[in-house]
Design a protein around this ligand. Structure first.
Ligand code: PHB
Length: 395
């Protein structure tokens, strides 16, 4: 029955003659079809900045590189999942695969949303490019997942080692209470303790409608030398404001963290308050390579009110990975072939040299230690140290 219905539909679309002409030919015979990418990101809700950054980067990639690769047009279908309900993300992934016939899924602003879509990618044998979510375990949820973002353990371990080496002896960790935050907490605790540091307390803040004040008061009362923080992209300014209002800076408690709290998009709003914060991450708008300088300039031209952040880097590199994979398959968008082409791919990203680990399908990249400084009247994360080619250490 199913077959008949499908055949009838195809007949309607192609017309009898065209169907006869293509009967028996492999799918690649329809090479003139566009390749469809279903991009699911939060364009609204509390994490809208993540979606907006990724969407801006995806559009910019196509503007600079063209919308055709290996003879095939690449058509991106944007879906706003609102960022908070995994059921919505899952349903959108299902619809994109079954109704819109996308050959690639991409985006995924937060870990629970990537988890929700993973079984859809597996079932449809559709590559799923995770451009944002950073919990270590994500690629293990589907053999079709490839990640161009980063992982929290990958960014956190270098921060812990740096802190211990730079004479920070006691730390309270303060993280958003979900996958990436827990990864960050566990990784910081492990690496900092191993390097001789002392964890005074581990604090977890709710992800939804967080009020950082009472937690920061507990940090202040515990009197550590530093507070290590992870909050999801978009939240950093609120945390920074309360950190100052509660008098932690005045009490001499340093803030350190992954670059999520020092999100490039929020830095201009944080202003002077952010100066001096040390963070570790894979991307800074101030990264001084020719590739990144060209990117930041083009991004600013296309989006005058925005500064590209690390989420945009995940989106831009996700498109690059797809385009390069399509070149390798000569435009064949078969899921298994695309995935095979993506595994082991290396390139010079706007963030520096990167490789997709062929075994884990996760990204291997340089992690930078950065200090927030005023540069020409604006705050930037200025890279002060680099740890080369870091793999996800897991948790
Ligand atoms: C995640 O949900 O995995 C996530 C969200 C925001 C970040 C990093 C990770 O900044």
């Amino acid at each position: 029955m199913e077959k008949t219905v499908n055949a009838q539909r195809r007949n309607l679309i192609l017309g009898g003659a065209a169907l006869a002409a293509t009967a028996g030919l492999p799918r690649i015979a329809l090479a003139a079809d566009p390749i469809k990418v279903g991009l699911i990101v939060p364009m609204s809700g509390p994490f809208a900045s993540t979606g907006k950054e990724i969407w801006a980067a995806v559009k910019l990639y196509q503007q600079l590189q063209g919308d055709t690769v290996a003879g095939r047009k690449v058509e991106v279908i944007l879906k706003d999942d609102g960022g908070v309900n995994p059921e919505i993300t899952k349903r959108q992934a299902q619809e994109l695969v079954s109704r819109d016939k996308v050959q690639v899924l991409a985006g995924f602003g937060l870990t629970p949303l990537a988890f929700a879509a993973a079984p859809v990618a597996t079932q449809a044998k559709t590559p799923m490019i995770v451009m944002a979510a950073g919990t270590s375990v994500i690629p293990q949820r589907s053999p079709y997942i490839v990640r161009t973002a980063f992982t929290l353990p990958q960014a956190t371990a270098p921060m812990a080692t740096w802190a211990a080496r730079n004479k920070i002896r006691s730390v309270v960790t303060l993280v958003a209470d979900f996958g990436p935050g827990i990864d960050a907490e566990k990784t910081f605790t492990k690496f900092f303790t191993e390097a001789g540091g002392k964890i005074v307390e581990n604090l977890r803040v709710p992800v939804r409608n967080p009020d950082y004040s009472p937690f920061l008061q507990r940090v202040k009362d515990a009197k550590p030398e530093a507070v290590f923080v992870f909050v999801p992209s978009g939240e950093g300014a609120a945390l920074m404001k309360q950190y100052n209002e509660r008098g932690l800076a005045a009490a001499g408690i340093k803030m350190i963290g992954t670059g999520d709290v020092m999100d490039d998009e929020l830095l201009p709003a944080m202003g002077q308050a952010a100066v001096g914060v040390i963070s570790s991450h894979h991307y800074s708008a101030a990264h001084s390579s020719p590739e990144n300088k060209a990117y930041v300039e083009a991004f600013a031209k296309a989006n005058p009110d925005m500064r590209p952040n690390f989420m945009s880097a995940g989106g831009y590199d996700g498109m690059h990975l797809l385009y390069e994979a399509l070149k390798k398959t000569n435009g064949d968008a078969d899921g298994d072939k695309l995935l095979a082409a993506m595994k082991g791919m290396s390139w010079t990203s706007i963030r520096g040299p990167v490789t997709i680990d062929p075994n884990t399908r996760d990204i291997i990249q340089d992690i930078y230690i950065r200090e927030a400084r005023m540069v020409n009247g604006q705050v930037y994360n200025v890279e002060i140290d680099k740890i080369e080619q870091v793999r996800d250490p897991g948790v």
